[in-house]
Design a protein around this ligand. Structure first.
Ligand code: CTP
Length: 448
């Protein structure tokens, strides 16, 4: 019996997939198809797969050509499968010609002609109009956004708004955007969704204006500094059926999500303590050191350190205490935020003027998880136990500067798939704004 194997995502199942499977089956007697998991697709840079794994497997099975389906979830699996199943022929479409020649040491490799003019990528784009994204604010983070947004199918970066027209124009020219304006009405008229990357103090007004104009919003962190403002904005978005997302990039990264799932799975028992640290020595002249209202270490980096605390222990802490070392202008150079929960603790350490080991430590009743710096760009973490032989090291891809994951989820949710909202919920975002509010109130009290 001749055994054939092929692999793919098979998203939005189309004629090209059907014809490939038909010819793959005809190469032998028994056809095995490897269908990729969402996580594996993400790790290889395919971020916008629409159909769930189950749907994609069903579609592959329904062709009637397939004798067995396996799930592909890691690099190197192809060789393992070929050896395990005793495969005679490996086949894929001609778009991969040459890429799998290394498998010739194990079996025959056949590249089948790809069907012209159809692909999942094309279908994902054709199904819906290209989403036009406009950027508000054209500073440091906005510059990092562009190359990442360009990797996301179904979205186009259309224009930039800045009250200083020269800045908007320079940004639009540099990135070859169609529109640069200092007229907010004109800006809103021409776009479908907004990325707010302006100074912190302006977020609330811009988000509100965008929602009033019926636009979806992705807003840089911290979105706002008052719990009530966050609540108001999310309520507005819900009433208008719009997506509002706070851009805490770590929350959307595949490795971080895997780490949180493992912590919640019971593998390390009940989580009793979360310690997260992020420090970044910063020169004196930059915005986060000079903005006396909203600058400082906690407002700048606290969105990252609070994230694992809130994700794992929830929003219902019993007590919170802030201890800060302040600079002469009143901003905090270093802050420890201590949380007391029912039966659990947490500590967030952030600093712009003190350097420490930037690690995340999640302690449980059966073991702990340690993620080293830069854990906020989660590429690896280790699960450890009393018995050092049981240690597990996990690796995940974190591509580019990581903004692509939040942008991809933003576009995905706008396109009607709510399934990724769990990564950073509105309740979590509101709780974070509430914590920032308490911190700023305390800092002001200390100053006066
Ligand atoms: N395939 C094909 N003809 C097409 C599209 C895909 O023969 N027009 C083949 C691919 O070469 C691969 C298999 O179908 O062997 C599964 O490919 P997959 O990557 O899932 O499909 P694409 O439509 O190419 O997906 P995407 O646009 O997301 O890359």
């Amino acid at each position: 019996m001749k055994k054939v194997i092929t692999y793919g995502s098979f998203d939005l199942f189309h004629e090209g997939h059907y014809r490939l499977l038909q010819r793959a089956k005809a190469l032998g007697d028994y056809l095995i198809v490897g269908v990729t998991t969402e996580q594996y697709d993400e790790s290889r840079g395919k971020l916008n797969v629409v159909d769930s794994l189950i749907e994609r497997i069903d579609n592959v099975r329904n062709t009637g050509f397939v004798d067995e389906v396996v799930v592909e979830d890691h690099n190197g699996q192809k060789i393992e499968d070929i050896l395990r199943f005793g495969i005679d022929i490996f086949t894929v479409g001609s778009d991969w010609t040459g890429k799998f020649d290394y498998l010739k040491d194990y079996c025959e490799v056949v590249y089948l002609d790809r069907t012209k003019n159809v692909s999942s990528t094309l279908l994902r784009q054709r199904d819906r109009e290209l989403l036009k994204i406009g950027v508000i604010g054209t500073g440091r983070i906005a510059k990092r956004f562009v190359p990442e947004a360009r990797r996301i199918s179904g979205a186009e970066l259309y224009g930039a708004y800045n009250p200083h027209i020269e800045s908007a124009e320079a940004y639009a020219k540099w990135f070859e955007l169609a529109m640069a304006t200092d007229d907010i009405e004109k800006f809103m008229e021409n776009i479908d969704a907004v990325y707010v990357a302006s100074p912190h103090a302006t977020h609330y007004d811009y988000v509100k204006t965008a929602l009033e104009h019926g636009k979806h919003v992705l807003c840089e962190k911290p979105m706002v500094f008052r719990g009530s403002q966050a609540e108001e904005l999310y309520q507005m978005a819900e009433e208008k059926n719009l997506i509002l997302m706070e851009a805490v990039k770590t929350a959307y990264a595949p490795g971080f999500n895997q780490m949180i799932s493992i912590a919640k799975s019971g593998l390390i028992g009940e989580v009793k303590d979360v310690e997260a640290c992020f420090t970044k020595l910063t020169s004196k002249g930059v915005r986060e050191m000079t903005d006396q209202a909203y600058g400082g270490g906690f407002t700048e980096l606290g969105s990252y350190t609070l994230l694992p605390v809130i994700k794992l222990l929830g929003t219902e802490y019993k007590e919170i205490r802030f201890d800060s070392i302040l600079a002469e202008n009143g901003i905090d150079l270093y802050t420890k935020a201590t949380f007391i929960y029912d039966n659990a603790f947490a500590l967030s350490k952030t600093g712009l003027g003190v350097k420490s080991e930037g690690q995340l430590l999640i302690s449980g009743t059966k073991g702990y998880i340690l993620a080293e710096s830069p854990w906020w760009l989660t590429q690896s973490f280790e699960v450890r136990f009393e018995d050092p032989n049981k240690r597990e090291k996990h690796f995940a891809k974190f591509l580019g500067n990581g903004l692509r994951y939040e942008i991809s989820d933003f576009v995905y949710m706008i396109n009607g798939h709510q399934g990724r909202a769990y990564k950073f919920t509105k309740e979590e975002s509101i709780a974070m704004a509430g914590i920032m509010e308490r911190f700023l109130r305390k800092r002001e009290e200390r100053e006066n």
